[in-house]
Write a protein that binds this ligand. Sequence first.
Ligand SMILES: [Zn+2]
Ligand SMILES: [Zn+2]
Length: 184
Amino acid sequence: MSLPTLETLVSYLTIVAAVMGALLAALWLSLVIWAFRDMRARSRDPFAQILAALLVAALPVVGIVIYFILRPPETLAEAYERALEEEALLQEIEERPHCPGCSRVIDDKWLLCPYCHTRLKKACPDCNSLLELQWNLCPYCGNHAVDPYKANVVDTAVAPPEPLPEPEESETESTVNPVGETEL
Ligand SMILES: [Zn+2]
Ligand SMILES: [Zn+2]
């Protein structure tokens, strides 16, 4: 068994160093690409994207730390999502009922606007449910004697009773011919 000569030892070390160097170079390159892509997800400015890649390329370890400190806190997708949420929230506020008189936000259970005294709803004279002013019947109890736009209590006894619809049985009976006599 012979000891390796100095020359072979040096060549082995050279190979190891070359492999290590290649790995480090690959790591450095991937970090530069990552910084560029990460900045591209956070900023539309091409100058900022190139600057982030150059920073990580020029300062291999320190650069990535500086980039982590300085990069925009949220990505473009996150910013877009947040903008959508804010818009939805704003729309929800806008969709809340407003007083037609003073356009203040009102509760949909109010009969009158407490600010400008505009009538908002009327109560059903029968079941006391809250009705829209333009309705002429109560959808809760079926009272047909509710005056549209009239907020006062309607006397249901005065209203004429609804005519009952004709029973459909007589109509169907007349159309059906008794089978037998005419056919033969
Ligand atoms: Zn009002
Ligand atoms: Zn009613």
